[in-house]
Design a protein. Structure first.
Length: 272
């Protein structure tokens, strides 16, 4: 099972007995469950991450349900099945609410949506900040023509505005920078420099007032992608939770790096 293989990988990493640890066993088990990732070709790190989180969530959710059943065998099946939570949802799952307002009758409706990764557009081709990406993602949009909503109150399709806000902020929030985009019917990679803060990332402008969670985050890891659409190389920068030092993970090369090196033009996934 991939969750067991992942647990073994974590144990090997944290025991500190090796200079580096290969995830070969986990990759082999995971590839059997998700054959698309078994081939030795380049895959998208964001897609891989979502599959890993989903897979671990399903495994841990089942274990939690089994433990609950052993502790309380008299509990109804409907109660047990409704507990679709795990350590993954506890740490990584947030919730967006899309406020949709009909421009004819002004009626407002909300559409909630859970997320584990926020995919942010990059609004510039040269340089921008993470806040610029967030502003672009959360800016209101107008739905017209083929994108009209069906308004319950009007009884017909109508133009509307839609605006997203965070109603549940996760403990760990993951941002995916959308570097792969379409331009003139061709797919390209954006090499835009995205400047991101190491600490005090304030998400309060995008969070609903009803959300009780803390809105300030600190950077703890970065996944980098160097290369183009069809080839490239992934590396990672991770902050040690105890020493607070940053380390670069580049295949078998694990090296301590200065804080200044963490700001990179190759950043693809940001973990706060």
């Amino acid at each position: 099972e991939s969750a067991t293989a992942f647990g073994c990988l974590m144990s090997d990493m944290w025991l500190g007995e090796f200079d580096y640890v290969s995830p070969e066993a986990f990759h082999s088990v995971f590839g059997k469950r998700y054959p698309a990732f078994s081939r030795r070709t380049q895959h998208d790190a964001q897609e891989f991450l979502i599959c890993v989180l989903d897979d671990l969530h399903e495994a841990f959710k089942e274990v939690r349900a089994q433990l609950q059943e052993r502790q309380s065998p008299a509990v109804g099946a409907s109660t047990r099945s409704s507990s679709g939570t795990s350590i993954i949802t506890h740490l990584f799952e947030g919730q967006l609410s899309y406020g949709i307002r009909c421009l004819t009758c002004k009626a407002l409706s909300d559409r909630p949506e859970n997320f584990t990764v926020l995919s942010l557009p990059i609004p510039s081709t040269r340089v921008c900040s993470l806040q610029d990406c967030l502003e672009c993602f959360f800016q209101p949009d107008t739905l017209t023509r083929n994108n009209q909503i069906h308004c319950y109150w009007c009884g017909s399709n109508q133009d509307a505005t839609v605006k997203a806000s965070i109603t549940k902020a996760p403990q760990i929030i993951i941002f995916h920078l959308k570097r792969f985009a379409w331009q003139d019917k061709h797919r390209i990679k954006l090499s835009t420099t995205v400047c991101y803060p190491f600490s005090n990332l304030d998400l309060s402008p995008y969070i609903s007032t009803s959300c009780p969670n803390s809105t300030e985050y600190s950077l703890c890891a970065v996944v980098n992608h160097a290369g183009d659409l069809d080839y490239g190389h992934y590396t990672a920068f991770c902050k040690h939770s105890v020493t607070k030092h940053w380390y670069s993970f580049d295949d078998a090369q694990v090296t301590k790096i200065p804080d200044s090196a963490v700001q990179a033009d190759t950043a693809y996934l940001l973990f706060y």
